[in-house]
Design a binder for this molecule. Structure first.
Ligand SMILES: [Zn+2]
Length: 361
């Protein structure tokens, strides 16, 4: 059995492998149906969760996949592999692991980063009573991101405008403006939404059930699309005081967007907020692991193309199929060497998280 066999080509295949691997371990899975959407082949969509380890464990690690839909091939492969290889069968007596498979099953199935409401879930975990954060820079780039045509004159003009913007302000400012998150253009990129999405509410319920009274929690949320090919950057998120603890667990190469050491832009409304609020008594050590696929501009362009396709294009055209492939390649390094790198780093950081939790007093 090769490592590549843990990874899948579709959401439906990934889910089947996950459920099969859980069944082989005798684990019962909680199936949370998303009745607001259907999959690319008309299939039903679920956020599945399974708990492994002592029932009374007060320390809980959440290992999650597909917060960003089509990025889920990566995290799902690691989740399936850990089950198949019995890696979670000898947990310390005080630690439980909850695998959350497909936080955004719509995006996973349709191979999109967004959910069924065009929402970027990692911008959606906000307190909506307090008003929405502003990203005025986004308004400036929106029209360049979503031109009227793709590969026509409007596209060419938009390319030129983006180049001018980057030359004038730098690629970092461009990345922050585009991907920092925005709540003003519901059809735009990195839209955080104006209310809690289904995935937001569902994830909170799962965490509350398993860690409502936990003393310590950790999050390992799998992502792709930033950084060098196959490299797994561990990004610390949450209370800045916890960064030193994360470095104790994982090593000094843990990065932080706030500290300017990460390939990620600074973003608000990330899923760790929902996890922490659902486990209010716990000391939280939350990280995302971000694996590189393609260079940043290629990834951002793939997301632009995806956005354009669903607003203005035709998914069933040749152009539509080309764009779907472009997006898939931005999310998924569908090659054996990439999967090997994902796997080795993935199981290593999960192991460090378990040991880190166990060592905390
Ligand atoms: Zn992501």
């Amino acid at each position: 059995m090769t490592i590549s066999s843990y990874f899948s080509a579709t959401y439906a295949e990934a889910r089947a492998k996950f459920l099969e691997a859980c069944a082989a371990q005798g684990l019962s899975v909680e199936n949370n149906l998303n009745d607001k959407a259907k999959g690319a082949d008309g299939e039903s969509l679920y956020m599945d969760a399974v708990r492994i380890g002592p029932e009374k464990a007060a320390k809980v690690l959440f290992v999650s996949s597909a917060t960003h839909g089509g990025e889920g091939f990566c995290g799902s492969g690691v989740q399936v592999g850990m089950l198949r290889e019995d890696m979670l069968n000898n947990l310390p007596e005080d630690v439980a692991v909850v695998l959350v498979h497909a936080i955004n099953p719509y995006g996973f199935s349709h191979i999109r980063r967004v959910n069924e409401d065009n929402i970027d879930l990692n911008r959606n975990f906000l307190d909506y009573d307090k008003g929405l954060p502003e990203n005025p820079d986004y308004a400036e780039v929106h029209d360049m991101l979503v031109p009227d045509d793709w590969n026509g004159p409007a596209f060419k003009q938009a390319e030129k405008d983006i180049q001018d913007y980057i030359e004038k302000k730098g690629i970092g400012t461009y990345q922050q403006a585009v991907s920092g998150g925005q709540h003003i253009r519901a059809n735009g990129l990195f839209f955080g939404g104006v209310e809690a999405a289904w995935s937001n509410k569902t994830l909170r319920a799962i965490v509350k059930k398993h860690a409502g009274n936990a003393t310590h929690i950790a999050m390992m949320d799998f992502h792709t699309g930033l950084g060098p090919y196959g490299h797994g950057e561990l990004i610390y998120v949450g209370d800045p005081n916890g960064l030193s603890r994360a470095k104790n667990w994982y090593g000094d190469d843990v990065t932080s967007p706030e500290a300017g050491t990460s390939t990620s832009a600074v973003v608000r409304g990330t899923i760790d907020i929902g996890i922490c609020e659902s486990a209010p008594k716990a000391q939280a050590t939350c990280t995302a692991i971000e694996y590189g696929t393609k260079p940043i501009l290629e990834v951002l362009n793939a997301l632009r193309a995806d956005n354009w396709l669903y607003i203005k294009g035709d998914i069933n055209s040749e152009q539509g199929r080309d764009i779907k492939k472009q997006v898939r390649d931005a999310f998924y390094g569908d090659a054996d060497d990439w999967k090997q790198m994902i796997w080795e780093r993935g199981i290593s950081v999960v192991d460090m998280a378990i040991k880190g939790l166990h060592a905390e007093k």
